[in-house]
Ligand binder design. Structure first.
Ligand SMILES: [Cu+2]
Length: 254
């Protein structure tokens, strides 16, 4: 009786942990897809964990005074059942994971999105990495900045990633984006942001002595604020928060 009560409390605690650990609203469609997958897998893993633990506790309790244990003899029905159940769970995990991987925001290259590919409505941001920093170019607005990456929300954005020296990466944990960047090769990341705010971009590949300094702020604005920011920069005004110069003024020697 005491055991039953203890197990009931264990179930209540586990359910409570799931309910209260539900993550806050995601900041990007990528992050939403990844969070949803984690949640689905949790709903499979939690009952399984509970089942195994309950069996363990039951076996300890039921057989702790068994002085003459005997091995289990063949039980084909039981073996078929646990093989089929394990197979079904693995298929569920594989299929759920595949659908997230095939998402055109998560794997733009796998989904056939190239620089001049089918998703040309995307806003493009060219990211150039070097030891040790990021430079962001906005071809649509003819603007180049460093230190801070400004982005609009509710717009499909494609990042074209290049490196001028060694392997770097483009890692924004809040957006669920992590893409390596290789010298002499172009990689792509894609997203749509859902929440305005300030986030952090990191390099996640050890790229030399300045690696720890290689990070930048990411500011997500609503579309009108973003347009005002881009307009202001294209008119060659300087803002105090990291925007350097327009691409036109960079191109002209002083
Ligand atoms: Cu780096």
């Amino acid at each position: 009786m005491r055991l039953t009560r203890a197990l009931s409390w264990l179930c209540v605690l586990a359910l409570g942990a799931v309910v209260f650990s539900t993550p806050a609203a995601a900041q990007s469609v990528n992050r939403a897809a990844i969070d949803e997958l984690n949640e689905q897998l949790l709903y499979v893993a939690l009952p399984l964990t509970l089942f195994v633990e309950l069996m363990l506790v039951y076996a300890i309790y039921r057989f702790h005074n068994n002085d003459d244990p005997r091995p289990t003899i063949d039980d084909p029905a039981l073996e078929v059942t646990w093989t089929a159940a394990t197979g079904a769970i693995l298929v569920f995990v594989g299929v759920s994971g595949f659908f997230v991987l095939a998402n055109p925001y998560i794997s733009p290259a796998a989904a056939g999105v190239t620089e001049d590919g089918g998703m040309s409505d995307d806003m493009e941001v060219e990211v150039l990495t070097y030891q040790w920093g990021y430079e962001f170019s906005y071809p649509d607005s003819n603007v180049t900045t460093s230190e801070t990456l400004y982005l609009p929300n509710n717009t499909d954005i494609r990042f074209t990633l290049r490196s001028s020296d060694v392997i770097h990466s483009f890692y924004i944990p809040d957006f669920g984006i992590k893409q390596d960047i290789f010298p002499g090769q172009e990689t792509t990341a894609r997203t749509q942001l859902t929440e305005t705010g300030t986030y952090r971009l990191y390099c996640a590949e050890l790229c030399g002595s300045g690696h720890a300094r290689m990070q930048a702020d990411v500011v997500v604005l609503n579309q009108s604020e973003y347009d005002a920011w881009a307009d202001g920069l294209s008119r060659n005004t300087t803002t105090p928060d990291g925007a350097n110069a327009t691409r036109a003024s960079l191109a002209q020697p002083a």
